[in-house]
Design a protein. Structure first.
Length: 507
C-alpha cells in the first residue's frame, strides 16, 4: 500500500470515529435529557390526577369514573379497603414494571422500558391510596411521548450526518494540504534517491514540523551523496590493491583450509570407521546392518557438507537461516555422536528445558558446533575414573541487559552510549560440561585462537571455527574451567520470536 493512501485512510478513519463518537454521545445525552423532562411532566400529570380523585372522594365512584374518563384514561380499577373490586374498565398489566416513584399514598411504575436504550416506557402504572383504604389503579399511555422522541431522534441523526460530512470534508482538506501531500513528496524524493538520483531534493514550503523534517531530509541527502562519492573513491583504491592482497593471502588460506578439513572430517570418518569395524565383525541381524549402513550414509553426507562449507569460506553462504529447535537438534546430535568410539565408555547426562524459544541459525553449522564441543568433552575425560567419565548437556533460557550504542557513519565518528537506554533481550543457551582435567589457569583466553590446542593432536581450529559460526549469528561461546575439576562450554544465541520449541524437559 502506498504511504499517501495509508496515511489518508488512517486520518479519515480517525476523524470519522471521533466525529461519530462525539456527536453520538451528545445526541444520546440530549435524548435522555428530553426523555427525563417528559417523564417528569407525565409524573406531575399523574400526581394531578391523583389529587383530583382525592378531592372528588373515593366514595363517589361514579364521579371518580367520570373524572378518569375525562382525563382519557381507559384502563382503571377501583378497590375497596378489603381489596375487593368496586368497578373496573379495561385491563391493567399484570407486571407493573420498574418502580419510578414510590410514596406512602401514591406509587408510579414504568411498564416496558427504562434504561439508556429502553426508551421512555410504554405506559405508567399508577396506584393511589385514600385514607379509608380505598385503592385506585390506572395506566397513563406514553405512546405520544414515544412518537415525539422518535422525531427528535431522527432530527439528531440528520444533524449528526450533516455535521460529520462537514467536519470530515474540512479535516481531509487541511490534512491533505498540510500533511499528506508534503509526506508524499518526501516519499517520492526518497524513492528517486534510492533509485540512484542522488542530486534530488525535496521541496516542501511549509513552516511546521514537516517543513523541518524536509530540511533535515535534504541535509541527510547531501551527506549521503558525499558519503557515497567518498566510498566510491575508496572502493576504486581497494580494487586496485585487491589482487595483490588475494595473492599474498592465498597460501595462508589454503593451509588453514586444509588443516580445518583434516580436523572437521576426522570426526565423521572415525564414526564411519567404527561402523565398518562392526560390519566386518559381523552383526547377524540384517535390520541392524541396514541401520548401521544408514548411519554410515549420514556421516558420509556430513563429510560432504563439511567439504562444501569449507569450499564456500571465500564466498557468501547461499543457505538461508531458519528458526531451529535447539532441543531437537541436541537430541539428534547426541544420537549421532553416541556411536562414536570416543563415547564408548562415557555417559551422557541430558537436561533439556521445555518450551524454550527457537534460534535463527544455519542448522548444519550449529550441529557442527555441538559435535565439536561434545567430542572435546569426551576427550577431556579420557583417563578419568568411572564416576568422572560423564558429559552433561543442559539447555535453557535467560535474559540479558545491553546498553544501546550508536556510531556515526564515518570511521572516525565517535560512539555514543546511552546508559539509561537499557534493553532486555532473551537468549537460549546450551551447556556442555565435563569433569575432566580442566584448562590451565590463564589459557582460557587463548583456546579460541586459530591453531591453538591443549591436546597432543589436532589442529586447534575446532573452537576457532565454532566461535566464528556462533558470532556470525549474534551469539557467543563462553567457557568456565577449573584445573583438575572440569570445563563448561556455554553456547549462547539470541532467541527467535517464533513459536517456542516443544522439546523434552529432561532425561
Amino acid at each position: 500500500m502506498r504511504l499517501t493512501t495509508g496515511i489518508r485512510t488512517q486520518l479519515i478513519a480517525g476523524i470519522i470515529v471521533t466525529t461519530i463518537a462525539g456527536i453520538g454521545i451528545i445526541g444520546v445525552l440530549s435524548i435522555k435529557i428530553i426523555e427525563n423532562n417528559a417523564l417528569k411532566n407525565r409524573l406531575n400529570e399523574a400526581e394531578m390526577i391523583v389529587r383530583a380523585i382525592r378531592t372528588t372522594g373515593t366514595g363517589e365512584v361514579e364521579r371518580v369514573v367520570s373524572l378518569l374518563r375525562a382525563m382519557d384514561i381507559d384502563d382503571f380499577v377501583i378497590k375497596d379497603a378489603r381489596g375487593g373490586i368496586v368497578t373496573q374498565q379495561g385491563t391493567l398489566p399484570k407486571d407493573r414494571g420498574e418502580p419510578l416513584f414510590l410514596d406512602e399514598d401514591i406509587k408510579v411504575y414504568r411498564v416496558d422500558g427504562g434504561g439508556w436504550f429502553g426508551g421512555p416506557a410504554r405506559m405508567f402504572y399508577v396506584s393511589a391510596f385514600h385514607g379509608d383504604g380505598t385503592e385506585v389503579s390506572f395506566t397513563i399511555s406514553l405512546a405520544d411521548l414515544r412518537r415525539e422522541l422518535w422525531r427528535v431522534t431522527g432530527f439528531l441523526l440528520l444533524y449528526a450526518l450533516i455535521d460529520s460530512v462537514i467536519i470530515i470534508g474540512i479535516g481531509v482538506y487541511f490534512l491533505s494540504k498540510g500533511i499528506v501531500k508534503p509526506i508524499d513528496r518526501l516519499r517520492s524524493t526518497a524513492t528517486r534517491i534510492a533509485g540512484g538520483r542522488l542530486g534530488e531534493r525535496v521541496d516542501v514550503e511549509v513552516d511546521n514540523e514537516i517543513g523541518s523534517l524536509a530540511r533535515s531530509f535534504n541535509i541527510m541527502a547531501e551527506r549521503l551523496e558525499e558519503e557515497i562519492k567518498r566510498l566510491e573513491r575508496v572502493n576504486k583504491e581497494l580494487l586496485s590493491t585487491q589482487e595483490e592482497l588475494l595473492r599474498s593471502s592465498t597460501l595462508a588460506a589454503m593451509g588453514r583450509l586444509a588443516a580445518g578439513l583434516a580436523h572437521e572430517i576426522g570426526n565423521p570418518l572415525g564414526a564411519v570407521q567404527g561402523y565398518l569395524d562392526i560390519l566386518l565383525k559381523g552383526v547377524g541381524d540384517r535390520e541392524e546392518e541396514r541401520e548401521i549402513l544408514r548411519r554410515t550414509e549420514k556421516e558420509i553426507s556430513r563429510i560432504n557438507t563439511i567439504l562444501r562449507e569449507f569450499l564456500d569460506i571465500a564466498r557468501p553462504s547461499t543457505k538461508t537461516s531458519q528458526p531451529v529447535d535447539v532441543n531437537r537438534l541436541v537430541e539428534e546430535t547426541v544420537s549421532i555422536v553416541s556411536v562414536h568410539r570416543a563415547f564408548k565408555d562415557r555417559r551422557l547426562d541430558i537436561s533439556l528445558e521445555r518450551n524454550i524459544p527457537r534460534v535463527v541459525i544455519d542448522e548444519g553449522k550449529l550441529r557442527q558446533v555441538f559435535i565439536n564441543l561434545l567430542l572435546n568433552a569426551a576427550e577431556a575425560v579420557e583417563g578419568m575414573d568411572g564416576e568422572r567419565k560423564v558429559v552433561t548437556i543442559r539447555t535453557g533460557r535467560e535474559e540479558r541487559t545491553r546498553r544501546d550504542t550508536h556510531r556515526g557513519r564515518r570511521r572516525d565518528d565517535p560512539v555514543f552510549t546511552f546508559p539509561e537506554a537499557q534493553v532486555k533481550e532473551e537468549y537460549v543457551f546450551v551447556e556442555f560440561s565435563d569433569r575432566g582435567c580442566g584448562i590451565p589457569e590463564g589459557e582460557t583466553l587463548r583456546i579460541f585462537d586459530p591453531f591453538y590446542t591443549t591436546k597432543g593432536h589436532g589442529t586447534g581450529l575446532g573452537l576457532f571455527v565454532s566461535q566464528s559460526i556462533i558470532k556470525t549469528y549474534g551469539g557467543e561461546i563462553e567457557v568456565r574451567s577449573r584445573e583438575g575439576e572440569g570445563t563448561t562450554f556455554r553456547v549462547v544465541l539470541p532467541a527467535s520470536t517464533t513459536k517456542p520449541s516443544q522439546g523434552e524437559g529432561g532425561r
